[in-house]
Write a protein that binds this ligand. Structure first.
Ligand code: G3I
Length: 346
């Protein structure tokens, strides 16, 4: 049958996934899994590096870049004719900046030095890859979910605030990669408990507009989770539409950047979980795909085998998580059918 990307392309959309360089065999090679690489190339039209383009990967020291792992991955993607998204140019949280940043001495003119460091990072990355990367998560997760306020970091404190830091990131990216779609990427979702997070993201996006900051789209990460039986799907969908209407009403595009599904509130039986995850995925995609502003859809891993969720939030009953369209032996799951059906219906 047709690949997910082929089905997406028939609707003017694209399908892709995050790729981890170890199993893909683009870095050390010792843990390479050719079956995983084949799954990615067989289903996808675009990819994004799960970790290899982050500051923590590229900046071992303040005065040194290390592009080896990401270069290997983008070279591989080019050979496979896969488009590459850039993730990310600034993850605006202390714990996801390089460890040396916390104690970095910005000197007497902290503002100038902080600005220089940020500009240098973004210019260096954007110029190195040029037109090979046509969409960047310029800023990742700047909003505190519990309050909606912007985080501060060692870097933004040097620069003199979160707002000027994020603005500078986007302005620098626009100048250094004028061909690229510039995305603000975050994980506010349609589930209960996300009100403040959504409100904070809207405030941020309004501020970008008001200040003329060049941001093209909202990256809707889409780390979603199945809800308890009897949860109010109608209310959830109405609230989510209100949010997406507000975002698109300001003129922003949408990208699904990191879709996966946490099988919460479900019994251990894998068949039961896979069915519920597939249905939840279908409802989510049907809603999202109804927005013509959405073109690119990426999952955060094609196979349960390498999903980050197992390490981040294992199930309490010890059953392995099943968040991805393929299982840990690379067999397609009902979630894969849901994606295919949602593209066909889009
Ligand atoms: O590579 C080192 C290894 O050398 C070291 O021995 C080991 C010990 O902890 O850590 C390894 O690095 C880990 C890295 O993944 C590669 O596996 C980091 O600890 C770990 O924190 C890192 O987690 C990644 C996380 O972002 C933080 O960067 C996940 O794989 C990745 O899936 C996750 O992706 C994020 C997106 O970037 C943004 N949105 C949310 C999404 C999920 O959290």
């Amino acid at each position: 049958g047709p690949s997910l990307d082929t089905l997406a392309k028939a609707r003017g959309m694209r399908f892709g996934t995050a790729v981890n360089g170890r199993p893909a065999g683009t870095d050390s090679g010792s843990r390479a899994n050719p079956a995983y690489a084949a799954l990615v190339t067989g289903e996808c039209g675009l990819v994004v590096a799960e970790n290899e383009m982050k500051w923590q990967a590229l900046r071992p020291a303040p005065d040194r870049f290390d592009f080896a792992r990401f270069d290997a991955m983008i070279d591989w993607a080019d050979r496979q004719h896969l488009a590459m998204r850039g993730h990310n140019l600034l993850w605006h949280q202390d714990k996801w900046l390089p460890r040396w940043m916390a104690t970095h001495d910005f000197g007497r003119d902290r503002r100038r030095a902080g600005e220089r460091m940020l500009v240098q990072h973004i210019e260096t990355v954007c110029r190195r890859y040029g037109r090979r990367i046509r969409s960047y998560d310029v800023v990742n997760e700047a909003v505190t979910p519990a309050t909606g306020a912007l985080y501060d970091t060692a870097l933004s404190r040097a620069i003199g605030g979160a707002e000027p830091t994020l603005d500078l990131a986007f302005r620098t990216a626009r100048a250094a990669a004028p061909h690229a779609q510039l995305v603000y990427n975050d994980y506010m979702s349609w589930e209960p408990g996300n009100d403040r997070h959504r409100a904070g993201v809207l405030t941020l996006l309004e501020g970008f507009k008001a200040r003329g900051v060049p941001v093209d789209a909202l990256g809707v990460q889409s780390h979603i989770m199945t809800q308890p039986a009897g949860s109010d799907a109608t209310a959830r969908e109405a609230e989510w539409r209100r949010f997406l209407d507000a975002v698109t009403g300001m003129g922003y595009g949408l990208v699904i950047t990191e879709l996966d599904v946490r099988d919460n509130n479900l019994p251990a039986d894998p068949n039961v979980r896979d069915r519920a995850v597939a249905d939840y995925t279908r409802a989510y995609c049907d809603l999202m795909f109804s927005y013509p502003q959405l073109r690119d859809v990426l999952v955060w891993g094609m196979s349960d085998r390498y999903s980050w969720i197992e390490g981040f939030e294992p199930r309490k009953d010890g059953a392995r998580r099943r968040p991805c369209p393929y299982d840990d032996r690379f067999n397609p799951k009902p979630m894969r059918d849901s994606l295919a059906a949602a593209f066909a219906a889009a």
